[in-house]
Design a protein around this ligand. Structure first.
Ligand SMILES: NC(=O)c1ccc[n+]([C@@H]2O[C@H](COP(=O)([O-])OP(=O)(O)OC[C@H]3O[C@@H](n4cnc5c(N)ncnc54)[C@H](OP(=O)(O)O)[C@@H]3O)[C@@H](O)[C@H]2O)c1
Length: 274
């Protein structure tokens, strides 16, 4: 029986991924802070996990290693958007953003690699975002964590390939989940009184709320997680749609064109909402 560890399995993509892998006969070790929201199934073991807490990461992997000696796949999915003006987000929240989206993934990976090295196989799947390459205003620290995850994953991949393991990236685009709501909530929370950035927050609120930026379901992404875990020769990057891949290409190859397009699109969405 193959074994997968999925972080952030109490909602959205991680929740759906736990169900998909379990339905295909995998043993799933699923972690989240709201452990009671992790799906229940005979193949799913739900465990409490806060990826920002080193003791929690150690206890999580120790418990898994008590139950199995084999770890085929780790999916670093737990994440959120600490949105708000780069100037105004308190440093404590900036650090929390990196602790969750980047350092959590790093520590869990360090904890599973000895097992993967001993078994001479294993795959680390890191859930980045199209926002690992492109950006919207107020997402500065979120984008920085995802860009960091991508560079780190690529370097790691080269280091571990000699013992038969891989580290790969999935870059979802707008996907129905709690992500947008949480990002908007944080943008409002991080805004100072009488802030210069108030109109920008209202604009981004329009762009992130409702269906404005959503092109996929969490199940679509869960199925992509499964594909990336089971492909014989995995790609370095997985996208859910041609549009997601194209926009990343434009942002990387034509940064000025991307900046103009992004501003145009944001203004259009804001006008529609007004
Ligand atoms: N939805 C999108 O449009 C989109 C687009 C691109 C990339 N992504 C990325 O996709 C991943 C999944 O997001 P989603 O859309 O499924 O969002 P979601 O519905 O908000 O789910 C996020 C999951 O992460 C978990 N999580 C957050 N902080 C955690 C912590 N400190 N420790 C452990 N678990 C934590 C949450 O569980 P608890 O709160 O119970 O701990 C929850 O299960 C994230 O990395 C996100 O950045 C999302």
């Amino acid at each position: 029986m193959k074994t997968v560890i999925i972080t952030g399995a109490s909602n959205g993509m991680g929740y759906e991924a736990a169900k998909v892998f379990a339905s295909k006969g995998w043993k799933v070790f699923a972690g989240a802070r709201r452990v009671e929201k992790i799906p229940t199934d005979q193949n799913i073991v739900g465990l409490k996990l806060d990826v920002t807490d080193s003791a929690s990461n150690h206890a999580f992997i120790a418990e898994i290693l008590k139950q199995t000696q084999q770890i085929d796949v780790l999916i670093n999915n737990a994440g959120y958007g600490e949105f708000g003006p780069a100037e105004e987000i308190p440093m404590e929240n900036v650090r929390k953003q990196f602790e969750t989206n980047f350092f959590g993934a790093v520590e869990l990976t360090q904890l599973v690699l000895p097992t993967m090295r001993a078994q001479k196989s294993g795959r680390i799947i890191n859930i980045s975002s199209i926002g690992g390459d492109l950006y919207i205003p107020l997402g500065s620290y979120y984008h920085a964590t995802k860009a960091a995850l991508q560079q780190w994953s690529d370097a790691l991949d080269v280091e571990i390939k000699d013992f038969g393991a891989q580290s790969i990236i999935i870059q979802p685009g707008g996907t129905a989940s709690s992500w947008g709501e949480i990002a908007i909530g944080n943008a409002l929370k991080n805004l100072k009184k009488d802030s210069f950035y108030q109109p920008l927050v209202e604009k981004i609120q329009g762009a992130l709320s409702g269906n404005a930026s959503v092109g996929a379901t969490s199940l679509d992404l869960a199925e992509l997680f499964y594909k990336s875990a089971t492909d014989q020769n995995p790609k370095r990057r997985y996208f859910n749609s041609f549009g997601d891949r194209a926009v990343v290409h434009i942002a990387r190859a034509h940064p000025r064109l991307f900046s103009r397009l992004a501003t145009f699109m944001l203004n259009r969405v804001a006008k529609k909402k007004a």
